[in-house]
Design a protein around this ligand. Structure first.
Ligand SMILES: [Zn+2]
Length: 524
């Protein structure tokens, strides 16, 4: 890349995080408001420039999330998504009203296939809608981002027209989404370059890329966009999102940092916060991080482990393009034991991104003491699990189901069986049953007690840290009437963890049924 003189706006790539909006559209990743607030606080610490907190018009829950996040974070801009319609724009404006730096993100589809089959609008009608919507919003708010949904499958000339009108109407950022994950890097880079060259007023605005990962190219496409002049990338933590997900924040940020000489740009991201953020999002959504995931997977820096000789230092430089410390993996994650006090525990929690109130803090501390009695060494991951278990999983109303007692029997010669005692709406019930294995027996009994007809879609077990005394972390995804929710449980006993995860999911399902809303999930 040639030398060029750059002012601040040209040398910085803004990071627009949409974990709370697009990321939440991952199957089973729905989060409640409290969980979103916790993630938003951590995103602020991570240094993202923009937080897309939701799609205010899509549901009451989304509206509330955007509103609460707006009040909560100070440095990042908070935006809400909105279709190019009056009702959507009004709701979005209202939801971000209290933000220190409010913004609105308006979108409309511009590909022939979307205009014809989804919008049933002609090109001229779409153009008129853009002019009207951006112009209308501009009367009420300074910062408007405009997205041409399915841009990568839209006609380039038409895009030039649409974006030109959006700029004239007052949009400050123009987003080029590869909504379906269809683009190839060389082609996507050319599209961005073409738009910047041909759109009237293009130098006054920021160009942005929003890529999906259906062909595994979201990060590559985003980087191609940056190389061709885009100065904002839209992404999610761990790349979560609809279908194969979105551009992964950690990958795109570390690519720009590691290859700074090539791209000549910086971001505001505090990269040492990447790993804690990644863990937090995984904990809250129940979506595990694949072990070979770049940057944050267990194996991403695995050549670190088990190599202790002196001479390795040289070899490390030979193979390591970035250090684990630079993304917040400290290597030594041993933090506490039995004798650690309340103060040390609370400090560690703050460092890990959790700001708990006094009541929650006390509950978490008791759980920690209990665990420290069973397990000699307590790691960061254990602490995260405790917080997730004790605090994050409680929805804003009391749980309907609670586990009181569990006994299982398993041997190589008998049919596995389980006895479970639970409290359901305040009433104690006990049942006994058998299954193909103890977990199966346990789940069947719980389903009987709770009269649940939900289907178990996914069940995963992970040892949180090494050693046979490690806590097991179980994540399960259940489905009922088209609604999917995930539940998590952790315990030093894997069967207990399994039961807790299942009951957690059932409680969340009840909660979802309780506040079932009309959700028009779509977007770039
Ligand atoms: Zn998207």
């Amino acid at each position: 890349m040639s030398e060029r003189t750059m002012d601040e706006s040209q040398s910085i790539v803004r990071i627009f995080d949409t974990t709370l909006r697009d990321g939440e559209q991952s199957p089973g990743a729905s989060m409640n408001v409290e969980e979103k607030i916790i993630i938003a606080r951590q995103l602020e610490k991570l240094g993202v420039d923009v937080i897309e907190a939701g799609f205010a018009a899509s549901s009451e829950g989304d509206f509330e999330s955007v509103e609460r996040v707006s009040k909560e974070v100070k440095r990042p801009m908070v935006v809400s998504l909105a279709r190019a319609q009056e009702g959507d724009i009004k709701k979005a404006l209202k939801a971000v009203e209290k933000a220190k730096h409010p913004g609105i993100h308006i979108f409309i589809a511009t590909s022939d296939i979307h205009m014809k089959h989804k919008l049933r609008m002609s090109r001229n009608e779409v153009l008129d809608a853009v002019i009207w919507a951006v112009g209308y919003a501009r009367k009420h708010i300074d910062y408007i981002e405009f997205s041409a949904e399915d841009a990568s499958r839209s006609e380039w000339e038409f895009l030039v027209q649409v974006f030109g009108e959006a700029i004239r109407a007052g949009a400050k950022t123009l987003n080029v989404p590869d909504t379906t994950g269809y683009a190839i890097p060389s082609e996507f880079g050319k599209l961005v370059q073409y738009l910047i060259e041909h759109t009237e007023g293009s130098r006054r605005v920021t160009w942005s890329a929003h890529c999906h990962n259906d062909l595994g190219l979201a990060v590559a496409n985003s980087l191609a966009a940056v190389a061709n002049g885009a100065r904002q990338v839209e992404c999610t933590i761990n790349g979560i999102g609809e279908r194969a997900g979105n551009t992964s924040l950690e990958e795109v940020v570390m690519a720009l940092k590691t290859r700074k000489a090539l791209f000549g740009v910086d971001t505001h991201v505090v990269t040492e916060q990447i790993y804690p953020t990644s863990r937090l999002v995984s904990q809250i959504t129940g979506i595990p991080i694949p072990i070979n995931k770049p940057i944050v997977g267990d194996n991403a820096f695995a050549h670190e482990a088990g190599i202790h000789q002196d001479g390795v230092l040289k070899q490390k430089l030979t193979y390591e393009i970035m250090t684990p410390e630079s993304v917040g993996i400290t290597g030594n994650r041993l933090v506490m034991g039995k004798h650690s006090g309340r103060h040390a525990f609370s400090e560690r929690l703050t460092e890990l991104g959790f700001n708990l109130n006094k009541v929650d803090m006390n509950r978490a501390f008791l759980r920690f003491k209990e665990l420290a009695d069973k397990k000699k060494e307590v790691y960061d991951e254990d602490i995260e699990a405790i917080v997730a278990e004790e605090i994050l999983r409680l929805p804003s109303r009391p749980d309907r189901y609670e586990l009181l007692y569990l006994n299982v029997n398993s041997s190589s010669s008998a049919i596995p069986s389980a006895t479970v005692k639970m409290r359901v709406d305040g009433q104690e019930c006990m049942e006994h049953g058998t299954g193909d294995g103890v977990v199966d027996a346990c789940y069947k009994v719980i389903a009987k007690i709770t009269d649940s007809h939900s289907k178990l879609v996914r069940y995963t077990v992970k040892a949180i840290t090494g050693g046979t005394d490690a806590q097991g972390e179980v994540s399960c995804l259940i489905e009922d009437g088209g609604v999917r929710v995930s539940g998590q449980g952790s315990h030093t006993d894997i069967i207990m963890a399994s039961a807790l995860a299942y009951i957690n999911a059932l409680n969340k399902m009840e909660y979802r049924k309780h506040c079932r809303e009309l959700v028009a999930k779509e977007g770039p």
